[in-house]
Design a protein around this ligand. Structure first.
Ligand code: DLZ
Length: 209
């Protein structure tokens, strides 16, 4: 049954993302779901005016690595990898205006993308990962440390993080939350909400600072 009260409500204000820079750091575990979430976030960032060249993506092996990578992206040190949004959407099979420009670009997440990442400052970072419970306690430990790690980096750096980590008990739960579920009514891509949240928090972060 679909709930009428769950999920974010629309803000009264439509925030303008045209001056914002946003990084997306995503894990490569459970890639099909992660890719859909990243694409959803990018779609909404662009809808809210964030310019393509101001959206930067960075992949890491798994969700456990998100807080460390995120802190490095923010502080602008060490992390050297990443792909532009054009590369990423190309890798996802989404058409972009000039496909020729991607012809020499390897698939996102492959080792050879590890060059020339544009670095901070960023107005917001979206950390995206998909954790699916297995038969051991691994899931609980990673969920706990990643959520605490991301909150810590956010408060330490003063740069908002959007918590884009699904902690699903089953594969179906994860698929449903990435818009890939079998029942369309229940299947909403949470990545879209994260894109919208990043614009709001990035925009407000500038006002509050
Ligand atoms: C090891 C592991 C497991 C079992 N499950 C997941 C998962 O469901 N989602 C995810 O993003 N990452 C998983 N990982 C990988 C860890 O996050 C991490 O990359 C490794 O433990 C190496 O530090």
């Amino acid at each position: 049954m679909t709930s009428a009260i769950k999920g974010p409500s629309q803000s009264d204000v439509q925030y303008d993302g045209s001056n914002l820079r946003v990084a997306i750091v995503h894990a490569r575990w459970n890639r099909q779901v992660v890719d859909a979430l990243v694409a959803g976030a990018i779609t909404k960032l662009k809808e809210r005016g964030v310019k393509e060249h101001n959206i930067v993506t960075q992949s890491v092996p798994g969700s456990f690595e998100l807080p460390f990578a995120w802190s490095r992206v923010i502080t602008g040190s060490r992390v050297q990898s990443g792909a532009s949004v054009t590369d990423l959407l190309g890798g996802l099979g989404v058409s972009t205006p000039n496909p020729q420009s991607r012809s020499t670009t390897p698939a996102p997440g492959s080792a050879s993308t590890l060059i020339n990442m544009p670095q901070g400052p960023f107005d917001a970072v979206i950390a995206i990962g998909v954790l699916i419970k297995g038969s051991t306690m691994h899931f609980e430990y990673i969920c706990d440390s990643v959520s605490h790690g991301l909150m810590k980096v956010q408060l330490d750096t003063g740069v908002p993080v959007i918590f884009g980590v699904l902690t699903a008990l089953t594969e179906d739960q994860a698929l449903e939350r990435a818009g890939l579920g079998r029942e369309e009514a229940r299947s909403h891509n949470h990545g879209e909400d994260w894109g919208i949240a990043a614009v709001e928090m990035g925009f407000q972060g500038r006002r509050w600072s």
